[in-house]
Design a protein around this ligand. Structure first.
Ligand code: SF4
Length: 372
């Protein structure tokens, strides 16, 4: 606390977090695993002289392994899980015609802003945990047995583009029986510092791949890092389930890009479903007021606090401009295009998880606050 007070830039706090990272990876009683959010992979390279939008995920995995992380996973897998849980929640609400529009809950800065400024939205905001928290709780559950066997404690680190995710990870609702979903959150910038501390020549590292059994994610999970990505991923999943839908390409084009508020409509079981995508809290606030005054009606609203979405998060390399946002977003959309699996429910590892570890336990995917 004192450090924060005397250090206006927060540099001391950041250094302590990085010290904590080194402490964890050097502690033989801990098993350190990491998850990396989509937006990190198209921005970290900028710290090492690479162009914005360059995908460096393979090198990030190698760097973390050198630094002592046992297994490295993709938060896009967590995003696939979020798509499954959130689509299910949306279909239920649509059927009952209650708590619509459904507002997304992936962005903790938005969730906090809504808690403070629009408490009436409490039941409209999705009860789903964010991908970071969902995946954290799945990892903790997965390693529980193994921890008992080898007397270790699994620690989950997430690497994210966002400073708000630190506060999210320490919220009480994400601690179950004293166990946190996510133990340490480091930003893209902090990871760059750790890589430099370790003396690694990042640009020369070889490319490694994510670890099993969670090492495969869909293209839909990857674009979560860009504004419109969550809406598109949920749409992709709903369309797969109900293929009677109008032209996909046209709909997807409407939710991509940097426009302040983006809209798309489609028909699901004979009903018209209206989607809005908004980024930037000021824009979100204006849109919420329009919805509350019934000037606008929607069924799903995606909100991201950062203009452009997580690609432009507060933990990403600076300075930020429109050009960089576009390049980073296009890095993610190119990963989406080359992904063999496009839709979250087609991810075989997601299917395995629902038939195995999560068979009778979907609860860990939802916030256990006021929603039960
Ligand atoms: Fe964090 Fe910004 Fe992404 Fe929200 S939009 S999760 S604040 S990086």
């Amino acid at each position: 606390g004192q450090c924060r007070a005397i250090c206006p830039t927060g540099a001391i706090t950041i250094k302590n977090q990085n010290d904590y990272f080194w402490e964890l990876v050097n502690d033989k009683t801990k098993r350190v695993v990491a998850q990396i959010a989509p937006a990190v992979r198209v921005a970290l390279g900028e710290n090492f002289g690479l162009a914005p939008g360059t995908v460096t995920i393979g090198k990030i995995i190698t760097a973390l392994k050198y630094m002592g992380v046992e297994s490295v996973f993709d938060t896009s897998f967590g995003a696939d899980l979020t798509v499954m849980a959130e689509s299910e929640e949306f279909l239920e609400r649509l059927e009952k015609n209650e708590n619509l529009p459904l507002f997304t809950s992936c962005c903790p800065a938005w969730v906090k802003y809504a808690d403070n400024n629009f408490p009436d939205l409490e039941y409209n905001i999705s009860s789903c945990k964010s991908p970071q928290q969902m995946f954290g709780s799945v990892l903790k559950k997965y390693y529980k047995e193994l921890d008992k066997e080898d007397g270790k404690e699994t620690v989950v680190i997430s690497v994210i583009p966002c400073t708000a995710k630190k506060a999210e990870a320490s919220k009480e609702e994400f601690i179950t029986d004293g166990v946190r979903d996510v133990d340490l959150v480091i930003t893209t910038q902090e990871l760059a510092m750790l890589i430099k501390d370790a003396g690694l020549m990042f640009e020369n590292l070889y490319d490694d791949s994510f670890d099993m059994p969670f090492g495969l994610s869909s293209g839909a999970g990857v674009i979560f890092g860009s504004s419109g990505g969550v809406a598109e991923a949920v749409l992709t999943r709903l369309m797969k389930q109900k293929p009677s839908v109008s032209d996909k390409e046209i709909i997807f084009n409407n939710v991509r890009g940097m426009k302040r508020v983006k809209e798309a409509n489609f028909v699901l079981d004979g009903k018209e479903v209206k989607i809005a995508v908004v980024h930037g809290l000021k824009n979100a606030s204006e849109l919420v007021k329009q919805i509350q005054n019934v000037e606008k009606t929607y069924d799903i609203v995606e909100v991201m606090a950062c203009p452009g979405g997580c690609i432009a998060g507060g933990g990403q390399p600076t300075p930020m401009d429109e050009e960089k946002r576009k390049k980073r977003a296009s890095g993610l959309y190119s990963l989406n295009r080359t992904a063999q699996i496009k839709s979250s429910e087609e991810n075989p590892l997601i299917r395995d998880l629902f038939q195995g570890l999560l068979k009778d336990d979907h609860e860990i995917l939802h916030v256990q606050k006021n929603h039960n």
